[in-house]
Design a binder for this molecule. Structure first.
Ligand SMILES: Cc1cc2nc3c(=O)[nH]c(=O)nc-3n(C[C@H](O)[C@H](O)[C@H](O)COP(=O)(O)O)c2cc1C
Ligand SMILES: C=C(O[C@@H]1CC(C(=O)O)=C[C@@H](OP(=O)(O)O)[C@H]1O)C(=O)O
Length: 369
């Protein structure tokens, strides 16, 4: 069984992760983990914080001479911003945040944990934590790659700008997305998206959007139809929805399918010349009956606009009980491109978990067998 835990505050010293259940004998490429961390930090519309951080992973255990041993793998990522907060934290110089930001975790967290300061809540609710998840996902990707499974993503929509995705193969679309500052494979739409982000910045507002993640070469039969919590689509949905600000998910074009008759939706099966079963469409998004069906797994996710807006929302001072507006320090305008990289990490994790379950074994060699 594969599992992980993360720890760490957004403005504390570091993020930590422990992965348990990785097979022994997996060669780990640390530079490739750092490359994924770098990808998560890109994207037009992020705040000054991304200029402060330069995420790098330290692998602290479970790997000897570059190869996993089967022991827990511990990871650490430094928060460079800690240097700017250390003294304020240690000498108790931070004013309490008593006015919760609508859309963030502040209000529900303050009430739940009986706090008169939102800081302890925002420190852990923050998507800074996803740096740890992307490092974990990078390791899951390396395990999947041993079995030929690859994962990529791109952004389909930012604010009201909907991209016209060119009819190319996924690897080509992924390559085009890497070259775009908003991770959109259409260069014209990338410019429109950047303009929309600039406009939101000028209006002291924020934007959300939609991204799509795909997994290729997934064998038939990951997940299972037999019980609710073994269904692959359910597990992917939970993992993607666990990303901060993700509020909707579909497998394939599910919401479009809902409005069409069945004859136009379900992917017909054909016998190829060499007697294998093939399909020419993938409207199911690669999953039927809670199991991978051999087609690319296609996951689409909706991200709400960033909660911290330069134009203040109406709120309440929880301590002094009067109408008030939250303090604005800094914030991302749009983080959909980063979220699409985090989506890749979470999809990689769920597929790695399901692959380890299906193949069993304590080492890569046994998994291969
Ligand atoms: C990559 C990324 C960056 C984010 N940056 C910000 C930000 O700068 N300001 C903000 O208010 N919310 C930001 N968010 C969203 C909040 O973390 C999120 O809305 C909050 O934790 C509440 O959780 P919920 O939206 O899932 O309910 C970001 C989310 C992601 C995935
Ligand atoms: C630090 C990251 O994202 C942060 C996520 C975040 C939030 O509220 O979720 C708020 C911002 O942090 P700060 O308040 O320090 O500017 C983002 O920069 C990161 O992605 O590494």
């Amino acid at each position: 069984m594969l599992r992980f835990l993360t720890a760490g505050e957004s403005h504390g010293p570091c993020l930590l992760a422990i992965i348990e259940g990785l097979p022994a004998g997996l060669p780990l490429n640390v530079e490739a983990i750092d490359r994924e961390l770098w990808r998560r930090q890109q994207g037009y519309g992020r705040s000054h914080r991304m200029k402060i951080e330069q995420d790098r992973v330290e692998v602290l255990s479970g790997v000897i001479r570059g190869v996993t041993t089967g022991a827990p793998v511990a990871l650490r990522i430094e928060n460079r911003d800690w240097a700017n907060w250390k003294e304020k934290w240690e000498q108790n110089l931070l004013e309490p945040l008593t006015v919760p930001r609508p859309g963030h975790a502040d209000y529900a967290g303050m009430v739940k944990y009986r706090l008169l300061d939102a800081r302890p809540i925002l420190e852990r609710a923050s998507a800074r934590e996803t740096a740890a998840r992307v490092a974990i996902g990078a390791i899951a990707k390396q395990l999947l790659a041993q079995f030929g499974i690859t994962i990529g993503s791109y952004v389909c929509q930012i604010g009201s700008v909907v991209a016209n995705i060119p009819p190319h193969s996924y690897p080509e679309l992924w390559k085009a997305a890497e070259a775009s500052e908003v991770r959109c494979p259409s260069p014209e739409d990338s410019e429109r998206m950047k303009n929309a982000i600039d406009e939101a910045r000028r209006a002291r507002d924020t934007l959300g959007g939609i991204f799509e993640v795909q997994a290729l070469n997934v064998p038939i039969g990951l997940g299972s139809h037999v019980h609710w919590d073994r269904r692959l689509d359910a597990r992917i949905a939970a993992a993607i929805m666990s990303i901060q600000a993700i509020k909707g998910i579909e497998i394939g074009p599910a919401f479009e399918n809902a409005g069409l008759p069945g004859t136009q939706v379900h992917d017909d099966l054909y016998l190829s010349e060499n007697q294998t079963v093939i399909r020419t469409t993938n409207r199911a998004g690669g999953i039927e009956g809670g199991m991978s069906n051999g087609n690319p797994i296609v996951v689409r996710a909706a991200m709400k606009p960033i909660a911290t807006t330069g134009t203040p929302h109406q709120s309440v001072d929880i301590v002094n009980l009067h109408a008030a507006t939250p303090i604005y320090q800094r914030s991302d305008i749009c983080a959909v491109p980063a979220a699409s990289v985090i989506g890749e990490a979470m999809l990689a994790w769920v597929l790695a978990e399901a692959l380890v379950e299906k193949l069993g074994g304590d080492s890569l060699e046994e998994m291969r067998r």
